[in-house]
Design a protein around this ligand. Structure first.
Ligand code: CP3
Length: 344
């Protein structure tokens, strides 16, 4: 039995040789698993996130089923907001909905800073998980300032982030205060998870791809960098992921990532060229899991071949598991990645 610090996921994140390419799937826990649907019956999403026994069980479900190289902590990017008292809910099929959207400096100042005492159930869940997982790493996570701000400002999911950008362009003082508030919260949330035993962290900036590189650098990157800088002091690898971020990959790396998550729209070889001496994570199109198995595996092989030129590669989908995914396909994909031997 190898030790946790030698786990393939952590070795790949540090750019060290690995016995096989490590693999896990964003949103591996969740609606694609019948055992998840069963255990969630009659339990609200946020309620589930605040119940350590449920969080432990749901987080372990995909690890048991697939034998993936990491568990991702079952929670949500808006959980820290809920924990400090922001009135929000996660609506099935919709996502996070905020009762009173944030628009003014007073609105920002009314949000308390996160303290570990707000989230004792997170500490408890992480401790219990780490005990169960043994040599399998637990990835802790937080939402990045821009993506979390978009839910707070829009009041819910948005295609164009228009109100969020209106604040960014038109009320720089409010924007700055909001981004600092969320950055502090994200860093504190990651600290709680790592202090309790998480051995890597992922910062999700899912909607950063809606920004131009110039605006990303000016209005967003410094705040994500602040989170990653604080996370860096914890001594665990930092993964930084966004969707549609082809033009931002170099900056997302420079913000302080050890591993840059790559969305499926960017060819992995191109992404590797952009991130320089950092590891990459990704990037099979999650829809390929719906293709015939041999087609899926052939495309996975191409991702694995491209990944070999990186400092380190963690195989993943290029975004989360689609809820209607057949878990048996993910099982075959995991086995394939573990057994893959490149030709030549
Ligand atoms: O397995 C995992 O990846 C860990 C759990 C996890 C969830 N949300 C569980 C969840 C993680 C890492 C997240 C992060 C998250 N939440 C992100 C960033 C990741 C990404 O996909 O880009 C974002 C943007 C959110 C906000 C959010 N929460 C959305 C868009 C949704 C989906 C809405 C829907 O129903 O289609 C949620 C709800 C949510 N978070 C679910 C799960 C399993 C579904 C709720 C349910 O099962 O009832």
């Amino acid at each position: 039995m190898t030790s946790l610090s030698d786990a393939p996921l952590l070795r790949a994140a540090r750019g060290e040789p690995v016995p096989h390419t490590p693999v896990w799937f964003m949103r591996q826990a969740g609606r694609s698993l019948p055992e998840y649907l069963a255990i969630r019956e009659g339990v609200g999403m946020l309620e589930a996130c605040m119940d350590p026994a449920l969080v432990t069980e749901i987080t372990l479900q995909p690890v048991r089923r697939y034998g993936v190289d990491a568990a991702i902590f079952f929670s949500d990017i808006v959980l820290p907001l809920k924990a400090v008292g922001v009135d929000l809910d996660i609506k099935p099929g919709v996502g996070p909905v905020v009762a009173q959207p944030v628009r003014t400096l007073a609105d920002v100042e009314a949000i308390p800073d996160l303290d570990p005492s707000h989230v004792p159930f997170i500490t408890e869940a992480v401790r219990s998980l780490v005990g169960e997982l043994g040599a399998t790493p637990l990835i802790g996570f937080a939402g990045a300032p821009f993506t979390v701000a978009s839910y707070l400002v829009e009041g819910g999911p948005s295609k164009d982030q228009a109100r969020t950008k209106a604040m960014m362009f038109g009320a720089p003082d409010v924007w700055d205060a909001l981004m600092r508030k969320i950055a502090g919260m994200a860093a504190a949330y990651l600290e709680v998870q790592v202090d309790a035993g998480a051995s890597a962290v992922q910062l999700f900036d899912s909607w950063a791809g809606s920004l131009t590189p110039e605006d990303y650098r000016a209005h967003v990157m410094p705040h994500s960098a602040a989170v990653l800088e604080r996370a860096g002091r914890l001594g665990v690898p930092r993964i930084h992921f966004g969707v549609g971020t082809s033009e931002l990959l170099a900056d997302m790396g420079e913000a302080g990532a050890d591993v840059v998550g790559v969305d499926f729209r960017t060819p992995l070889a191109e992404a590797i060229g952009k991130v320089g001496d950092r590891s990459v994570q990704g990037n099979l199109d999650p829809a390929l899991v719906f293709a015939p198995t041999e087609v899926m595996l052939e495309r996975a092989a191409r991702v694995l071949d491209a990944g070999r030129t990186a400092r380190g590669h963690i195989f993943n989908l290029g975004h989360g598991v689609i809820p209607t995914t057949d878990p048996d396909q993910l099982a075959r994909l995991t086995d394939f990645v573990h057994a893959y031997e490149p030709e030549g």
